[in-house]
Ligand binder design. Structure first.
Ligand SMILES: [Zn+2]
Length: 457
């Protein structure tokens, strides 16, 4: 009987829905339990039964707080999971905010479709209760199995606040799950920690087949888009993920405003979740990179500047409609598949003076993907909406390593690697990266299918 296996329960040949099952020494360890992100939260795949019995899982280790890594944890609890949840401290706080937020989105969507939501508030609260173990980077954690000790170590993935690569050493073998890998050097995060002496690597591939060609020019493109739109009297819409991208946008506007590089206009942060996550970022500002820490120590609040207006309540949000002048609106969701940004898009996409800035990954079948693909008419709230606004895409703000940097990431541990599993990317990205790593390093690389179980001995 196999004693050391990994099962690709989710996140295989798709960028979202991260969920891997490691079985070793009589224990079942789950890595991430994320939602599949598409047009809606209520897509059938998120309602599917887990391919394992949640009650049989001993521990769940979470790489980071994004919805596609934590979104199905409350369902796991609802379906019987009673084990321990482990992550860094910021991941636990962000994870709680994300689970509570998704409860609201599920509530709205499910009511609209006349179906049950995926989980209830009590399931989120139980998940928070089980999430009782926080680890720091590079501080090994000993976990007892029936066949000896396993050592769990978290490394900084450099992706979002608290993001970790999970490394597990057991019976002389090391396996590492990258989660998502940061676009190092990043504006806020520290660099990704290189891996050493890993035998089995399960790595992401969101941008496995593409490079972020405009990374050096991202602030320049942002500035140019904002200035030209304001000169025309238009509005700049920025659909932004609540975690990391919102804080990066605030940091960028903080710099541009304080150095007077853009005209003074209101910058609305119209995202309750984005506002709450920014509070978590402020709390953990000691986790940022050296450059950012220096700026903070000089006395600058990097997430606040003249002209910033936060609109947490629906009433405050609606007041933005009374502002007929030039302005910037940062709002969620990042892929325009829900959230307040959609209301602003219905209003400003038909306006040729306005600009929509795409600064994040857009999954297939989302409104954001349709807009970034250049569709001239989209459907919002069941109504056709003409897209006359200028669409500007900046890839360089991505929080993911691009193809070149994913390839380079393998280098530090290439001597010890026995096998690489490429996951968390659309098939085209995953296969391209797998081929590249196989040819470049001469390694055994596979792109697993959902449900595959592989023996690691
Ligand atoms: Zn992520």
């Amino acid at each position: 009987m196999a004693t050391f296996t990994v099962t690709f329960a989710g996140g295989a040949q798709m960028p979202t829905g991260s969920n891997f099952l490691l079985q070793m020494g009589g224990k079942k360890i789950l890595i991430d339990c994320g939602m599949v992100q598409g047009e809606k939260y209520t897509i059938p795949i998120n309602y599917e039964k887990f391919s394992y019995d949640p009650a049989s899982i001993d521990i769940l280790i979470v790489t980071h707080g994004h919805l596609d890594h934590v979104g199905r944890i409350p369902k796991l609890v609802k379906d019987g999971f009673k084990g321990k949840i482990i992550s860094t401290a910021p991941t636990r706080e962000i994870g709680e905010l994300i689970m509570l937020d998704s409860l609201g989105v599920f509530g709205k969507e499910a009511a609209h479709q006349g179906i049950e939501r995926l989980y209830e508030e009590q399931d989120v609260l139980r998940a928070v209760h089980l999430w009782d173990t926080v680890l720091e980077y590079e501080k090994p954690f000993s976990y007892q199995t029936d066949a000896g000790e396993a050592i769990i170590t978290l490394h900084d993935a450099g992706h979002i606040l608290g993001s970790a690569i999970i490394e597990i050493a057991f019976q002389g073998k090391r396996i590492a799950f990258t989660g998502d890998l940061g676009n190092t050097p990043s504006p806020l995060m520290r660099d990704t920690t290189p891996l050493r002496n890993v035998d089995y690597l399960i790595m992401e591939s969101v941008y496995g087949d593409r490079n972020h060609t405009d990374k050096d020019k991202r602030i320049e493109i942002l500035k140019e888009a904002v200035v030209s739109t304001i000169q025309k009297g238009g509005t700049v819409l920025i659909p932004a993920f609540s975690i990391e991208r919102t804080q990066e946008m605030l940091q960028a506007f903080n710099e541009l405003v304080e150095h007077k590089e853009i005209p003074s206009v209101p910058v609305y942060l119209d995202s309750p979740l984005g506002i709450n996550v920014t509070k978590v970022y402020k709390k953990y500002e000691g986790w940022f990179n050296e450059n950012t820490e220096k700026i903070i120590q000089s006395g600058d609040d990097i997430f606040a500047f003249k002209g910033l207006i936060q609109t947490p309540s629906p009433e405050e949000s609606k007041k933005i409609n009374d502002d007929h002048g030039s302005k910037v609106i940062i709002a969620g969701s990042g892929m325009s598949n829900g959230g307040r940004i959609v209301h602003h898009e219905a209003r400003y996409l038909p306006d040729e003076k306005s600009t929509i800035l795409i600064v994040g990954y857009q999954a297939v079948n989302t409104l954001g993907r349709r807009i970034s693909d250049g569709e001239k008419q989209v459907i919002i709230h069941n109504q056709p909406v003409q897209v006359r606004a200028k669409v500007v895409t900046i890839h360089g703000f991505s929080a993911h390593k691009d193809s070149d940097h994913l390839y380079e990431f393998v280098d530090s541990t290439k001597e010890s690697l026995k096998k690489v599993f490429v996951v968390l990317g659309e098939p085209k990205s995953a296969y391209y990266l797998a081929q590249r790593i196989h040819e470049g390093y001469g390694l055994d690389v596979v792109v697993p299918e959902k449900g595959n179980t592989v023996e690691l001995d």
